[in-house]
Write a protein that binds this ligand. Structure first.
Ligand code: AMP
Length: 214
């Protein structure tokens, strides 16, 4: 049976980096709600404007809007088999919505926690930068680019610093994670569907562990 692999972890735990590895190296499509919302940045519709305001505040978009984009995206042909969700579900209501979607799509859910202690996370987020062209993720503390503020592969473009990766927004996002998303660990654990990897290891080591679990 095909799976829906749910990558869970605090913001900054490395879900995006690992989801990209799994997609590039194993060909499993990764669906990132954060990326999809960021892509709405330039759209000038009422929903896009609402999404931009909420994202900039570090809070969560409504469950209904979020679920709708996940449902639409995963109904495309590339999600016929196993796919990865990065950043969804993030609330108990979303987890319930995902159960229904999994039934509908005839897939089983497998959750994997990328476990990083809270005190590591702040620097990971405030130091995060990404290439606007290829999406390569850097960190000025842990994985700096060869030259200041430009991608190793695309020197023509300055790296992006997400508006919600500032110290103030990071604090809000971590609190949101603690309150809304952390309870999901219990939910998946109790139903025997939670696996864990140590997210403080080096990136390639985390990837090797993850690969065994997907
Ligand atoms: P991320 O890139 O996963 O950290 O997501 C960035 C932002 O997008 C979050 O802080 C939320 O504002 C929004 N977002 C992403 N995924 C969700 C979700 N599942 N539910 C609600 N809001 C989300």
């Amino acid at each position: 049976m095909s799976k829906i692999i749910v990558l869970i972890g605090a913001p900054g735990a490395g879900k995006g980096t690992q989801a990209r590895f799994l997609e590039e190296r194993l060909g499993i499509p990764q669906i990132s709600t954060g990326d999809m919302f960021r892509e709405m940045k330039n759209a000038d519709t009422p929903i896009a404007r609402e999404v931009q305001t909420i994202m900039a505040s570090g809070k969560l978009i409504s469950d209904e809007i979020t679920f709708q984009i996940v449902k639409d995206r995963t109904s495309r042909a590339d999600c016929k088999g196993t796919y990865i969700l990065d950043g969804f579900p993030r609330t108990a209501i979303q987890a319930g919505m995902l159960e229904a979607l999994a039934d509908e799509q005839n897939k089983e859910i497998s959750a994997i926690l990328i476990d990083v202690p809270l005190d590591h996370l702040e620097k990971r987020m405030t130091g995060r930068r990404s290439c606007p062209i290829c999406g390569e993720i850097y960190n000025i503390y842990y994985k700096p680019p060869k030259n200041d503020n430009v991608c190793d592969f695309h020197t023509e473009a300055k790296l992006n610093h997400r508006a919600d990766d500032t110290e103030e927004k990071v604090k809000i996002r971590l609190t949101t994670y603690e309150e809304n998303t952390k309870p999901l660990l219990d939910y998946y654990e109790k139903s025997g569907r939670l696996k864990k990897v140590n997210g403080t290891d080096e990136m390639e080591a985390i990837y090797r562990e993850l690969k065994k679990l997907v």
